[in-house]
Each structure stands twice: as C-alpha cells, then as structure tokens.
Unconditional design. Sequence first.
Lengths: 332, 332, 332
Amino acid sequence: MHIFNDLTDFSNDEIGSLLELANQLDNYPEPDILKGKVLALLFFNSSLRTLTSFQAAMSRLGGGTFVVSPDMSIHGLETQTGIVMDGNAAEHINEAIPVIESYADVIGIRAFAQRRNLKEDLEDFSFKNLINLTSKPFINMESAINHPCQNLADWKTLDDFDIPKKDGKFVLSWAYHPNPLPLAVPASTLNMAAMRGMNVTVLRPDNFELPDSVMEKAKQIATVSGGSITETDNHNEALQDAHVIYAKSWTSSKYYKERDLEYEARKDLIEWRVKDSWFNNVLPSCRFMHCLPVRRGVVVDDSVLDSSRSIVIHEARNRMLAQMAVLYKMLK
Amino acid sequence: MHIFNDLTDFSNDEIGSLLELANQLDNYPEPDILKGKVLALLFFNSSLRTLTSFQAAMSRLGGGTFVVSPDMSIHGLETQTGIVMDGNAAEHINEAIPVIESYADVIGIRAFAQRRNLKEDLEDFSFKNLINLTSKPFINMESAINHPCQNLADWKTLDDFDIPKKDGKFVLSWAYHPNPLPLAVPASTLNMAAMRGMNVTVLRPDNFELPDSVMEKAKQIATVSGGSITETDNHNEALQDAHVIYAKSWTSSKYYKERDLEYEARKDLIEWRVKDSWFNNVLPSCRFMHCLPVRRGVVVDDSVLDSSRSIVIHEARNRMLAQMAVLYKMLK
Amino acid sequence: MHIFNDLTDFSNDEIGSLLELANQLDNYPEPDILKGKVLALLFFNSSLRTLTSFQAAMSRLGGGTFVVSPDMSIHGLETQTGIVMDGNAAEHINEAIPVIESYADVIGIRAFAQRRNLKEDLEDFSFKNLINLTSKPFINMESAINHPCQNLADWKTLDDFDIPKKDGKFVLSWAYHPNPLPLAVPASTLNMAAMRGMNVTVLRPDNFELPDSVMEKAKQIATVSGGSITETDNHNEALQDAHVIYAKSWTSSKYYKERDLEYEARKDLIEWRVKDSWFNNVLPSCRFMHCLPVRRGVVVDDSVLDSSRSIVIHEARNRMLAQMAVLYKMLK
C-alpha cells in the first residue's frame, strides 16, 4: 500500500485484511517492527485525536514521529503557484512538502476544504495538489472530502459491536452546530457504510442535503455492495429499527459560500440535537457514534453520550489501531 | 502501582524502593524495558521541566510520549459538567481524557488550582474530577495541592547529599515573588520532609501562613515519622543550624480570592529574598534547594544560586530519574 | 567529538570521515545504535528543517528527542546576567540550559544574532555564553555567525553531485529579500567552500559586502586549501564557468543597526534575483543551491527552482544525514 487517501480505493477484502491486522496488532504488539522508521505529520488544520493517535500508533510499532502543526510560528506555508512571495509566507509547499517527506518514510497530511468553490472541494482539488508533491507513502489525515482513517476506524467499530453488514440500518444524522463544519466526515462515512453493505439513511433538514455527487457515489457503491441509500428529514421514518445512529454536523452545500445565508438556514435548527427520544423506536442494541470532538448539549445530549449506547471512546481508540494497520502495511 | 497522585499515599519503604530503582536506572540503563509503551502528557498549565523530563524519562526506557499542551490551538477543553457547549470549547474533558488515555499505557495530568475556593483547592476537588475520568495508570504532574514527582525528586536529592533524616533540619521558606504562586509545592514539600522524619521549620511572614489543614496533616505525619513541624517569621530562629533551606514563594491563603489584598500583603515583602546572610548560622554543609523555575534577584540572590550550596540543577535532574522509577513500576 | 559549533574547527579529513559515516548510515541503517539516548533541542528562534531533520535523525538511530521552542508560552528565558528578574521572564538560562541538558545526552541550541553590535555578533559573543553553560556534547543549530549542520550538509551535497573541489567554481550570490537576514549562512558557507578548496566568488551589490573579518578568515582558509576567494558586483564575471550558484540573502553589515538605511540600501535591488539568464555562461552541469526556506519569485525564479539544476531538496535531505553522522560520532 502506497497511498491511503480514500477508503473507496480499496476492496472490501483489502479493508477486511487491514482490520484483521489492526486487531492482531492490538492483541499481539510488535514494538520492534518499524524501528528506525519515521512518520511525518503535516497539519494545515489543528487536530487532537489525529495528532495523538498517530504518534501513539508509531510508538507502539517502534518508530518515531515528527509533527509540523499550524500552531508553529514558522508554519505559514504558501500554497499558490506562480506567486511572488513578498508577503508573510517564508516558504512554499513546493519545497516544504518534498523536504519534510525526505526526512520520513511515510507522510500524513491534513488540509481542510478551501471553501472557495464547492465543486473544487468535492473533487479534493487543492488536496490533490498536495499529494502530487509527495512520492513517499502518503496518508490522508482529512481533506476537503475524505477522512479514510476515520472511516477505517468506524468500520472496525461497527464490526467490534457486531452491527450487521447486510440489513444493518445505519442512520447518518445531521445535527446542529454553531459553525459550518466540513463535508469530509459525512461524505466519506456515507461511502464507508455503503461499502459495508448497510442500509443507510441520511437524516437531514432542508438546505442540508449532502451534495448530489456525494449521494450518487454512495448509491453506486450500495448497488455493488447490496446496501441502499435513502434520505429524509423525517426522524420517525429514519430512526425506526436503526442499528446505529451516527451523528455529525455539516455545512449547507446550498449556501456553501454565503456565510450569512448558511447561518440563516441553520439558526432555527438548534433543536436538531440527538436526544433520548431519538432512540424510542430503534433496535434495542442500537448504538450512538460520533467522530469527536462533540459539543455536549449542542450536537447531542449528555444523557445519550453518557449512556451505554454511546461507543464514541471505543470508536476514537480504533483510530489508533486502524492507523497502526495502515502504517504497518505501508512500511513492512 | 496504578496511581501516583500524592506522596503520602506511599509508605517510607515504598518510597525507598522507588528511589533505589531510580538510582539503578541511572547507573544501569534499561533502554528496551518499555519499548512499545506510550505515555500521554496532558497539560492544562504550561511546563518546562515536567514536559521535558517526562519525555526524556520515557525515551531512556524505550517508550514513546505524546503531549497535549495548552499552547495548542485545539486545547480549549470544557471542564464543567452539564453545560451547553455553545461557546469556544469544542471538546469536553469527559471525552478528551478517556480518548487520550485510550492511546496510552499511562497518563500524566497537570492542572493547577482553580482559585475559586480555597477549601475546594485544598481538597483537590477539580483534580479528583479529572482523575475520575481515567482508568489507566495515572500520574499527577502538579495539581492544586500535590506535586508528587517533585516530592520524590526532592527526597532523592536530600538522600544524594546525605542530608540526615532524623534530626535533619529542613527550612521551608517563603520568598517574595511578583505573582501569587500555587500551594502545591510548599504543601506537598512539607509532607515530604515530614515523612522523611526531619525537623521542619516553615519560615514565612504574617499573612503567608500555610493553611491550617496543610499544617495539621504535616504534624500528623511528623508524629508518626519522628520528625517535627514548627513555624515562625523569625529568620534567626528558623535558619539556625539548618541542613537545608528550601525556598518557595506561595500565595496568601488568607486573601486567596482577593487579588488586591493579596498584593497589598505581599508588596512590602520584597526583601524576603534568600541572601548570603541567611546562611550565617546554618550548618557548614547547609544546602539551598528550589524546585525551579526561580527568579534571580527576586526569590534568591545570584550569589546563593551560583554558590556550591545550591543543588537546584541536581534536584531538577532527579525529576527525570524519579519519574523513570514511577513509570517503570507502573508499566513493568 | 564533543562540540560541533564551527565547521572550521575540523580538518578536511575529519569532515571526510563524517560524510562517509553519513553515507553509510543512509545505506545501512542502524536503528538500535542510539537506543535510550536523548537529544535536547533548544530553539531561541523558530525552525522547520532543523527541528524536523534532527527529530528524524535521532529516530533513525533509535534515540529520542525533546524540543523547547519559542512557540511555547513558557519559553521567555532571561539571558542577561546580574539582572533582577521582576519582569516577564520566569526562568534564567543559567538554570534552564543546565537543567535541559541534564535530561539529555547531547544538546542542540539555535540562537540568532542579537544585532546589538556587529563585532559581538561576528565573534558569536552571546552564543558562546550559551555554550559556556553546557557540559554535555553540544551542537550549534545556527548562531549569529555559524551554521555547521548546514555547512556539512552542503559539503555532502557538492560531493554527491561530483562538483570538483580543486578548480571548482562556487558562486555565493547575495539575493534580494524583504527582510535583513542573518550572516550565519553566508559567512559559514564561504568558509565551507574555501575549506573544500574551491574557487569562491562572492557576488553582491554595493553595501552588501560581507564583513572584512569574514572575508579575511575565508582567504586564510583558501590559502591552506588551495582555493581562492574573490568578490565582485559583476554578474557576468562572477557567473562565467560556475559549477554552482549558491544563493542567499543577507543583511548589510554597513548598516547593521540602522534599519532605515539598510532598507534604503536594499529597496532598489529587487531585481537581484536568481533568474534563468544567470545560467547563460555557467558550465552545462552548473547547479543551483539554497539552504531554504526560499521565497519564490523574490530570491529566485520558479523556473530556476523547478529546473533540474536545482538540488535544494537533496541539499535539505542531507541535513538529516549530516546530523545523523554528528550524533553518531558524539554518542558512540
């Protein structure tokens, strides 16, 4: 494996093999396997889980990690091409990325959507420009439209809790949030659940439909996997007999560039928050998932997050295990 | 050992065994012993010695460390319970701490006093709430009232310089500082010296008495250990025949919440600074200790700090060795 | 090797041996050789390459690294002696450096020129004060006047591309930059090329001559090595038959303390930028080097940097390899 950019680049067999490896590394540590190897982490956006889980993953396999984060005063990297760099940026990504990866055996990059243009972001246009600067094994640590490490960890979490693939009902629900959040997690989670063969219902209010191209891709995947994709704004319909509720806020792609209209569309949806009542008609074993960080009392009630339905900590720990498997496959 | 939160939770024998281990690891390195193991460091307050000495300690034992520091833009963690998180904080400690520790084999946390309420701080109320969120081995890296890593290092330092346990005179002296500093070091240092069986004199001006509960606890410890606790504002009396002067500034617990009154109480004490003259009637071998960082010319004169009496660098190095022993005991 | 502060402290044989070791470690990794060893990195000025390449170097040899950077809120270290520390600084370098190095087996320090006084900076006055506080193996990570890690990496780069020692023409060219940059790289690069026995031409505009003492030292070195040192403001003369163009902006030492005059002297030199036309009369194999970071379109045109002449990424990777050799020699 050389590039881990998009979960849909892999077959279900390959994903199964990665998850088997993740479990194996959890149960039978291999603390020498990557000794002398180096992971570079380049963040254009901040991180807690990704930052810490990658460092832990690499340590558990015997390797080392260095981090370049946006909190560093040196960080202001220029990303535009053909520019005269007489402003604040002292270095261009055309040098920074090849240099950083030259010190490493594998590089992870996080760079969120630019939000200049929905179409560009859906195609991960600027992220692909970053990838093109690399030649070493590469890991997407969240781009405008992909978050494969989260997806792999979530797949493992569904497996760990015996949530069925075929005929498993996966509800991906929008939730209120004070800020317009990225599309990477909902879009790539939709693909993950579709690949897994589940019946996925996207529960979202008007104006917060996922982009057509995202829905189309997931439907094509579901056709192959034997799953299905539906969408609704009706909670009762969506939540009936659910195996899992996966909550996530995301921006309106209708008002992608108009911050004021997006805010108007969102401000009356404050009650679109995961509550105990959402679980009235789900299956008894129904679980609650969220990729974290999550705002308590805003995205989800404390009572849900603190209940045994919530598996968000297990899900977060699986980030480390999934990433260990990816690093292992890339470097061994 | 699962929890290293308060030195007084351990017997003198257990402490002796930790210090023996610290010396052993200093003389006979074990660079493979913790390979594949991970230490998480979570700082709610900044650090230089603790941050660097823990990373070095873990490296020397073959393990890895990751750090979550208040300098990270992502850091604003919500600590209050039952709150609607519609403000700046994007994540709650109820998720952050279990997630961070899920990546690690042991977690260290630093969180200073909230200073909302003296009684709560003396009972380490908010820190205990943090500990309650952990299930892995846990290390207190300084709370409102405890700093066991410093205490263990200081005990070792006293041993290293053959400062007697029984009949050793330990002077814990307040010193001037422009800011009202925490109680954790003086309170826990008092306990450490008392456990060690020393005759402890607390030298402090009016208004800067240590809290009654702190003095009472230390006296009870001294009763068992064969040491003693006295307090005075008289330098001559306090410093006569001292084996060690341990300087530290601390806040007034009388004016704990009234910043203006605390400042008034402190501002005329600028000459309460460790000077050469303090050593006029001490024992010839008397040493000067301080946990660092120390303000030169404010807390202590250069001439003292630069003399052979000062053992502050040795003391600081012992932080690393003491922590290596704790990590070893917890993880092997 | 105990101190790596100035490349000119070493003989050509010693440098040859370091570079041989660097190549050997590149081709035959030794991931266990420094296990349990710790590198401390203390930055008074920010860094990207030095920070990341040292961490990677140490990981590849099996050791660990901790970093103290100016981005840390705790960082404000007092450097003046005899001062009453009643201001912002909470710790003095007289404590901080011995403490930090006490946790490590080797310490690297970066501290740029103070720019209070050219003579002091040329003698590395304040940096020598820092070195005097250390007793462990010490690495200069760029001071007012030296950057030996860069010099060693550059020497290796010249070797890697078969650029001749004797009769090799090395053009060190000033370039425009919006800010007055330090003298460490140009001064120490001049020495490096002179030691290597090359014919060095310093190409610079009026007012941007390198200081006399810098030129004199390089000439003495060249006398021994069989190389030569000339300077000119004439591009045609300088670039004719060049084997390598090494670009770097640097401050005017004539207006070292007068920011306004320095700016005046610089502002009309915006066209002093490495362009394709600079390569009209060089040797066919002529290479372009720069220590990075570099401002595209300001210091050098994209077309040069993106051409096969540019070896800046190879040069930057050699930082890691050169530092691995230094760490190895110091600690084994």
